[in-house]
Every structure is written in C-alpha cells, then in structure tokens.
Design a binder for this molecule. Structure first.
Ligand code: ATP
Ligand code: MG
Length: 722
C-alpha cells in the first residue's frame, strides 16, 4: 500500500475528520457549498477500505451522476494507493437499481436480460394502449400520460397506490387502469422503464423480507452524496436498505446542502434531509463551516443572495481562501446576447493570454438555448469548448430534425435528411414505405425525394401512405419555390410550422417539450446573421466539424443544473434577466417555492467559482421572436455591494451604473410610472439596505476571514442540531 493510514486523514479539519471516522451509526453531514462534503464521502470510503473493515463489495455509495461516480472511484484509488478493485455498488440510484433488478428480475416476472425503454419507446407503447382502449389519443396524448406515470413512479406509487384524483385526471378516469395495463405490457415485453429501476426493487424488498435481509447483511456501509436532491422513491428505496431492525448497525452517511436543492421540479424533496434524524434516531449531525473552494467575495455574494430564501436550515460558512487582491464578483451589462457572448469570449482570451487554462473556466447557463450564441462565438474565435451534460446545440435532436428539413429544401438529393424527417412528425409513413422508396430510388439512381414524387403517381403504395407522401412532396415543392424570394428566417419558421414539426413539440407534455421549442426559436434567431439558408447551413456544417477531444484544453459550457458538485477557477454566469433567470416558467408554475428554487440555482452557480465569478445581463433579448427590453434579474439586487462591483469597462452605454442607460431602460420596463430615477434600482436598493437586513459580518482572529452568518432567515427558518 505504501501509505500510512493517517496520510489521507491529515489534511482534514476536525469536523471533516469526525465525519470520516464516525463509522458506526447514522451520520448526516449538512453543510454549504465547497465545505468538502464530497471529499468527506470519498475519504470515508478510503478509510473503510484502508482499515480493512469490509470488502469493497460491501459498500453501497450513491452519487448524483455517473461522472461523479467515476471521479470518486479514481479519488479513492489515489487515497488508498492503488486501483480500487471492485466497488460494484458505487453509482447513481439508477445504475445501482439496474443491478439489483437484474439479480431478482424473476420476482417481477422479468428475465434478467430485460431491456430498458427510452422515452420514445414508452410513448409509443402508451399510445397503443390508449388506442386499444378505444380512446382518442389526440385528446389523451401518450406523451402527457408518460409524464404522469413518471411522476407517480418518482413518488414510489404503483398502480393501486395512485390517488383517486390523479386517476381521474386522465382518460375519463381510466388513469389507473391504463397505468396497470402499461406495467403488464412491459412485463410481456420483458422490459422496464427508468422509473421501474427504482420502483421494482422497492416492491421486491417489500414483498420478500428475506431478500431485504440479505442486503442488510451485505451492505455494511451506505453513503449518499447530494442527499438534498433525492426524490420520494429514492428516499423509500434508501430507507428500506438503510433502516435496520433494532440492535443491528445502521452505518449510513448522507451529505447534502438544503440550499442546493434544485431538482424539486423533478420530484426531489428537500424535506428528506430534515427527516434524517427521525428516520435514523441517534443520528450524528455534523456541520462543516469552512469553505475550501472560494474567495470571501464569492462566498459573501452567494451567502447574501441565498439569505433571501425562507425556510432554510441554520448554517454558517467562512473561508480562508482569500487574498488581498481578490476580485469582487463582477456584474457586467451588455446590449444583447451577441454582445454578451463576444464580451465573454474576449475575457476568456485575456485570461488565456496570461496563461489560464481553458479547463479552469466554465459558462453556466440557465436555459440550454443560451449556449448557441457562445458556441458560435467560440467557433469564430477558434476557442475550444465542450458542452457538458448534453449534446452541443446543433447536435440536439430537435435542431437536427429542423436542420434536416432545411437541408432537404436547399438540396433535394440529401437522402439522409429525407430519411430523418419523412416520418417526423408521424405521418403514417412507416418503415415499409421508406424501404419501398429506398428500393425505388436505388433502382433508378435518383434521390428519395424525387422517388417520392414519382411513386405517388403509381399505385405501389397503400392509399393512406400515398396521400401522406403526396402532401410531403407538395410541401417541399412549395418551400423550394419560396427559397429564392422569401426572407430565409421567415421561410424557416414556415417550414417548421407547415410540416407540423413545431406542433409536435407543442403537444409534447413532458418536461423537455418547452426547452425544445425554445431551442427551435433560438435556431431561427441564429439564422439572422446569415445571408441565406444555404450560407447558414454551411456555417453549421463547419461548427459541427470542430473537434471533440476530451484531452483538449477547453472551456466548459453547461446548464446550472448539471454544474452541481463541480468547481472552476473562473465562472461566467450569463443571462441574469427576469423571465430567464429566474425563469418565467418556474415563477408561473412554482410560485414562491419556484422562485426559491431559482435562487438556490443562483447560489449553486456562484459557488462553483473558486476565484472569479462574472455575472452578465443584457438589456435586449429576443423572446418569442420579438426583441424585448429586459429587466435585470432581481437576484442582482440581492447581491451585497461590498462583495460585488459593476463593470464599467465593457459597454458603450455607460454601464448600468451610469446616467440613464441600463437603469433607465430597466425602469421603463419595470415601472412605467416612475421613469425619472437617476440611480438605477439595483444601486438604490443597496444604498437603502439597513444594517438589520444585512448578514452578520465579523472576522476570525488573525486571518482576513469572513464569517457569513446566515442562520437568521426569519421566523420560518428551521434548525436541526446533532
Ligand atoms: P458542493 O456543495 O459544491 O458539492 P462539497 O461540499 O462537496 O461542495 P467538495 O467538492 O468536497 O465540497 O470540496 C470543495 C473543494 O475543497 C475541493 O477542491 C476539495 O478538494 C477542497 N477541500 C475540501 N476539504 C479540504 C481540506 N480539508 N483541505 C484542503 N482542501 C479541501
Ligand atoms: Mg459535493
């Protein structure tokens, strides 16, 4: 092994060390961002292994992403000196769920080689079931039902358990019946969906106490990262495995931060963390207060912002990662999103010139459509970038579909494009028709679209397919004729509308639907910069061609949601405008709690930064095809002046701290009756802020240390103590 056991413990502070060394009994580590929660979990596993208590296969460890699981494995390897052989039970809830289910598939009437259906498969299956019931699947869309089933499964509900009202909400009260029929059908197909990966093991554990007992004996240590984002189903699953009969050891350790709960929209229940000491009596609750990641300016800004939420747990955070010349958090203003991308690109190049690796920089966006502008700009500059947690903009499903339409209009011999969209949206042109067309085209050596135009004149196809194909051919003829004389962005929109493609996503009731529509709008918007549809497609082809190399030094672009747990020297946070961040949808649907979840997302964003955090807002953004004067995000007003500065350099408009300029447009939009302010609201709010509403600032002996007491968030705040 070559390393003394104390090596990996030496760097820990006393509280971290306690969390690592308290191996017996339940432990909850409840602490703010960057305090080393993940590090504690990793070290704890290393400690368990190094002290030879159990085999690696007796440890169950849950991470939030597969990437986090891989990294944790590597880190453990480094800590205990050598590769960790077989940590088979380290992974996400889902990956562990699959493994459990494969072992006991027969108990759920499945075979161990069951397939896992993706969303498309699920929707297709549900549609069949809905139709088989004699129901109109336009009135009762399968997509919507798929979303409902997913919601039930996240809550751990099998068909008999769903609330009566839920059942009534779909298909004239046939909700439950259809859900049951769906589960039955999955079994016949030897398949399950994502939700089943957790729900089935729960059912197995409940119905087979002997099996549950085996796992109680097997899993001697259970560890969970990002505990604040577990949903009800995951929580039930975990409780079954971790709660032991009296007298048996319950060695469960969960770490989390209530301020970073950002998946409420997907069913996560932050209350799970509050219940921990009820679920596991005698739990030791450990708080970590020292932040090892960020400067005091970054921490101060984040702490002050999140203090605007109610119902938080008491927490304290301080840092010693501060140096006299630390930058404050900088707020920048730009005219529009193009200028925003250009300015961020400039800053990145400046940092690069003074030898900052691109790997240390990230752009975190609220909505994925925002990425496009940055990607385009970086391609122009020749800056390497990678998109984390999802495809790059032009590689997204809906964008590729749309591009396929455009390609085929510009170039009617593009068979790949033809095949991609011929039955998207669904037109009843199934595989057989496509194969027919293919053969016909091959035999005559003509493109498929031309073959389609021919074949509709014959009687080779069934009348229904023939009619559908006829419509498609007509559509493309019409669009091709419009190509030369119509504004290309107008035509693009027309194509997506007339083909039924936009409608397809409008009818989509899953969580992704609205985002896809946003992306399509952004696509059209991005075409404006080009002369014609052809030149735009050329540009896209070039962008798509840029290298994707994991080894490459590259800027990361990702959503705030997928940035959880990560850290970067420099973080750029663009798009801090009302309606985008906080996002309108979360305000409309979530009310106050929606707003608070957005604020937690802002907190997650700022606390990803180690040394530099740059926030941007623009005064004009195109929303639904129209330029709109935007209002700076309310979150900007919630940042503390002593840790934040407003950049004066980057705009031609006098900055929004200047005379009029942004301040003016802000009030024009926000409040038509009071447009005579000479000081922008953001500044005023700061000036008026009384000491009483500030956090407690203090310092710790010797160091230049900031202590941000944010346990005083009003009467509703809850505390738990160990
Ligand atoms: P988040 O809430 O964002 O997930 P976290 O609480 O999990 O954060 P970590 O990612 O574990 O925090 O740690 C943050 C950073 O601080 C990491 O770079 C980690 O290596 C470092 N760190 C943690 N503890 C210590 C320590 N005792 N000494 C030095 N560095 C530390
Ligand atoms: Mg972490």
């Amino acid at each position: 092994k070559g390393r003394a056991a104390s090596d990996y413990l030496a760097g820990l502070n006393p509280e971290q060390r306690e969390a690592v060394e308290t191996l017996e009994g339940p432990v909850l580590v409840l602490a703010g961002a960057g305090t080393g929660k993940t590090r504690v979990l990793t070290t704890r596993i290393a400690h368990i292994l190094a002290t030879g208590r159990v085999y690696p296969s007796q440890i169950l460890a849950v991470t939030f992403t597969n990437k986090a699981a891989r990294e944790m494995k590597e880190r453990i390897g480094v800590l205990v000196g050598g590769a960790v052989e077989g940590m088979p039970w380290l992974g996400t809830f889902h990956s562990i769920g699959v493994k459990l289910l494969r072992r006991h598939a027969e108990l759920m009437s499945l075979k161990s080689d069951f397939t896992i259906l993706d969303t498309d498969d699920v929707v297709r299956l549900l549609k069949q079931l809905i139709q088989a019931e004699g129901l109109d699947d336009k009135r009762w869309p399968a997509k919507q039902f798929a979303g409902m089933i997913d919601g039930w499964k996240n809550k751990g509900l099998t068909p008999p358990e769903i609330p009566e009202g839920d059942s009534r909400a779909f298909a004239n009260g046939k909700g439950r019946e259809l859900y049951a029929a769906y589960q039955q059908r999955l079994k016949t197909l030897n398949a399950c969906d994502f939700g089943d990966l957790l729900l089935h093991p729960i059912t197995i554990f409940r119905n087979h106490p002997d099996i549950l007992k085996e796992y109680h004996q097997k899993f001697r240590y259970i560890l969970v990262d990002e505990y604040q984002d577990t949903n009800t189903c995951q929580y039930m699953w975990l409780r079954l495995l971790a709660q032991r009969p009296k007298g048996q050891p319950q060695n469960v350790c969960c770490v989390g931060d209530d301020d970073q709960s950002i998946y409420g929209w997907r069913g996560a229940e932050v209350d799970n963390i509050l219940r921990f000491d009820k679920d596991f009596p005698g739990a030791k609750v450990i708080k970590l207060e020292r932040n090892y990641r960020s400067t005091e300016h970054i921490l101060g800004a984040a702490g002050h912002l999140i203090a605007h939420n109610e119902g938080r747990l008491g927490k304290t955070l301080f840092t010693d990662r501060s140096e006299p010349d630390d930058e404050k958090v900088v707020v920048h203003a730009a005219w529009d999103s193009e200028e925003e991308a250009r300015a961020v690109g400039d800053e990145i190049e400046q940092l690069q010139r003074i030898k900052h690796p691109l790997n240390n920089m990230a752009i975190l966006v609220r909505a994925s459509f925002q990425m496009r502008e940055f990607e385009d700009r970086f391609v122009t500059l020749g800056l390497n970038y990678r998109v984390i947690g999802g495809p790059r903009f032009y590689e997204r499903l809906e964008i590729r579909d749309a591009l396929a339409y455009f390609r085929l209009v510009c170039q009617s011999a593009d068979d790949l494009a033809f095949e991609r969209i011929i039955n998207t949206p669904k037109r009843g042109l199934g595989d057989t028709t496509v194969r027919n067309l293919h053969d016909y085209a091959r035999a005559r050596d003509i493109p498929m679209l031309a073959a389609a135009a021919d074949i509709i004149e014959t009687d080779e196809l069934k009348p229904k397919a023939r009619k559908a194909l006829f419509d498609v051919v007509q559509d493309f003829r019409r669009w091709q004729n419009l190509l030369e004389n119509t504004e290309h962005t107008v035509l693009a929109e027309q194509i997506l509308d007339e083909s039924g493609y936009t409608a397809m996503w409008q009818a989509d009731k899953t969580a992704e639907g609205p985002g896809r529509l946003e992306n399509l709008k952004e696509l059209i918007r991005s075409m404006e910069a080009y002369e014609s549809m052809r030149s735009f497609l050329e540009h896209v082809a070039l962008v798509m061609d840029t290298e994707k190399n994991a080894e490459l030094d590259a800027v990361s672009i990702m959503t705030l949601h997928s940035a959880k747990g990560l850290e970067f020297e420099t973080v750029f946070l663009p798009g801090w405008e009302e309606g985008l961040f906080p996002h309108q949808r979360s305000l409309d649907e979530g009310g106050r709690s929606g707003l608070e979840e957005e604020r937690r997302l802002a907190y997650v964003g700022i606390t990803r930064a180690k040394r530099r955090c740059h926030i941007w807002f623009v005064s004009n953004r195109r929303i639904h095809g129209l330029w709109q004067a935007t209002i700076p995000s309310r979150f900007l007003e919630e940042l503390p002046p002593n840790h934040v500065e407003v950049s004066a350099s980057d705009s031609n408009y006098g900055g929004y701290g200047g005379r009029g300029g942004y301040g003016q447009s802000r009030f024009d939009a926000a409040d038509p009756f009071t447009n005579n302010y000479s000081t922008p609201g953001w500044k005023r709010a700061q000036a008026n802020k009384s000491d009483a509403t500030r956090d407690n600032w203090g310092s710790r002996s010797g160091h230049s240390v900031d202590r941000i007491g944010y346990g005083e968030s009003g009467p509703k705040s809850r505390t738990i103590d160990g």
